[in-house]
Write a protein that binds this ligand. Structure first.
Ligand code: ADP
Length: 528
């Protein structure tokens, strides 16, 4: 027997219909690379997306085919998301910061048919064109090209129909080894994720919110904000350039209440704010994720009255895994205690389940005791089952995704990331957390960046070394760093050596590339 409720497939085109119907006049501001600005509305975005759906049909694009974008955050990019899914296509957001061989691989692997791109990436497109074998149509978002293309249509059409388990979006993760892997989101997973994302304890979005997402739309779908934001009918303020001055000016002029970005973004904003004596009086919610938010960042925002949603997630989890959602008793904590809990990666919303597994025995589930660390696994309706084009295998049935993170879970559900499984350092049979060493090092005032890696040791298997970039005009020696570390980590965790470098290698999403760093130190000899 089936239930007797209406058929209302969870398809993401319903989100833009809702936004246009219920929040049609709410504005979407775009600040373009050339400094000019335009304003549209949710009703305008829907009409343009309908026109793009018609234009794609005229190109012969079929449901299920991949439509790629190579673009920063702006209203036309937003329109193209809904236009691509509107035709029943699969939106593929390409990260322009990837290396050429990765860009070649993913567009061909995705079988992209159409590419919409910013004029700023014209040199990249010209360079890659001979290598991209499947893309038939190139459309530039700028110079009037996109407007002319969709302007030839009247928007008098219907969205493609289909099932809620149809795919709607494809994102590749850069991965630390091998080729990038594709994550194929479906309408249903994206819709459930969107509904969850706006909740007060998650991103806290409603019709009064003004959001400037710094996290790019090509980075884990801008954490799903273009879907969730439409569901809540928020006002968006987009900037096609990530310059701290531009961002701060926009935030103050547009009275931005919400923003989202990786820690380095906030760092750049703080530097600008200090140099120019600027504050962000209207900001009340800062979403920080992608890598760990440092203590001083959380403290500074909290002191300014901003709620910090320190979030953990992955492209494979759409990306929401946890946020800084408060436990019932956290309001009673002192300021310092609140900072302490915010430093961890927060708690899951309904829809996400976490567990930790013994690093040496994959069959042993570990307790949520706030002490034991293990390999973090996740499951839920917006968590990946298998990578795009991967064969189904036995692990599909387990429905637990191996995150590659190492973590501790607390009895109240709080997640604390301690490392990546590939980065933990095993010394004498015991695990050393590279992340804890790095955090301790980065709290030294003369350290700009630090990364810990394991180096082969004949007796202990591996021993940590710490690679450090000094802050400009700061002097600090190896012994000073070790003394500083000794105050917060166990003696046997102290690195055998501290090496100073000008730069630590970073990957396409701006994170430290331990793989490249290990390669750099491949022949390194530990001091006796
Ligand atoms: P990205 O494109 O951001 O690299 P990934 O999906 O590759 O996206 O990255 C996910 C990984 O980033 C997580 O598995 C985790 O290691 C790291 N990460 C994400 N959020 C946090 C956080 N708040 N604190 C620490 N690490 C994080």
């Amino acid at each position: 027997m089936l239930g007797a409720m209406q058929d209302w497939d969870l398809r993401v085109t319903r989100i833009i219909d809702h936004a246009a119907r219920e929040h049609g006049g709410r504005e979407i501001v775009s600040r373009w690379a050339d400094g000019s600005e335009t304003v549209t509305t949710w009703a305008g975005v829907r009409l343009d997306a309908l026109k793009m759906t018609q234009a794609l049909r005229n190109l012969g694009v079929q449901p299920g085919e991949r439509i790629a974008t190579l673009a920063m955050n702006h209203a036309r990019h937003l329109v193209s998301w809904y236009g691509a899914v509107g035709v029943g296509g699969v939106l593929h957001t390409v990260n322009p910061r990837l290396f050429d061989d990765q860009l070649e691989y993913i567009a061909n692997h995705a079988d992209d048919q159409v590419l919409l791109y910013d004029a700023a990436f014209q040199p990249l497109v010209d360079r890659m064109k001979p290598k991209w074998t499947t893309i038939k149509h190139y459309i530039c978002f700028d110079n009037g090209e996109f407007e002319t293309w969709i302007g030839a249509e009247n928007g008098d059409t219907e969205w493609a129909t289909g099932g809620e388990r149809d795919p709607c979006m494809l994102c590749y993760t850069s991965g630390t080894t091998g080729n990038p892997k594709g994550v194929l989101y479906e309408h249903r997973s994206t819709m459930l994720h969107a509904i969850t994302s706006v909740q007060p304890a998650i991103f806290d979005l409603d019709a009064r919110s003004v959001m400037l997402p710094v996290v790019p739309m090509f980075h884990a779908a801008s954490w799903g904000l273009p879907w969730g934001g439409a569901a809540a009918g928020i006002k968006f303020v987009f900037s096609a350039v990530n310059d701290a001055k531009v961002l701060c000016d926009l935030m103050n002029r547009e009275k931005v209440t919400h923003s989202a970005g990786v820690p380095t973004v906030w760092l750049a904003m703080f530097q600008h704010m200090d140099a120019e004596n600027v504050t962000l009086p209207t900001l009340r919610q800062a979403i920080i994720g992608g890598s760990a938010a440092p203590r001083f960042m959380i403290e500074r925002l909290m002191k300014a009255g901003v709620n910090v949603a320190h979030a953990w997630g992955m492209t494979e989890t759409s990306p929401i895994g946890t946020t800084g959602a408060k436990c019932w008793n956290w309001d009673d904590l002192s300021f310092d205690e609140q900072v302490e809990v915010k430093l961890m990666q927060g708690r899951v919303p309904f829809g996400v389940e976490l567990r930790i597994i013994d690093l040496d025995d994959p069959n042993k589930v570990l307790p949520r005791d706030g002490k034991t660390s293990g390999a973090l696994q996740v499951r839920g309706p917006w968590v990946i089952k298998r990578y795009f084009k991967a064969e189904a295998d036995a692990t599909d049935d387990e429905q637990w995704f191996d995150t590659g993170d190492v973590a501790i879970l607390y009895p109240d559900g709080t997640l604390q990331l301690t490392d990546r499984t590939k980065d933990v350092i095993k010394s004498g049979g015991e695990w050393i957390s590279s992340v804890e060493l790095e955090n301790a090092a980065m709290s030294h005032p003369a350290v700009a960046e630090a990364a810990a890696i394991g180096i082969y040791h004949p007796r202990w298997d591996e021993r940590p070394i710490l690679v450090v970039v000094r802050k400009a005009d700061c002097e600090v020696c190896s012994d000073e760093i070790k003394t500083h570390l000794a105050a917060s980590v166990a003696k046997w965790w102290l690195p055998d050596a501290v090496e100073f470098v000008d730069e630590i290698p970073h990957g396409g999403t701006g994170k430290v590339s331990k793989k490249d760093l290990r390669e750099q130190f491949r022949d390194y000899k530990l001091p006796d």
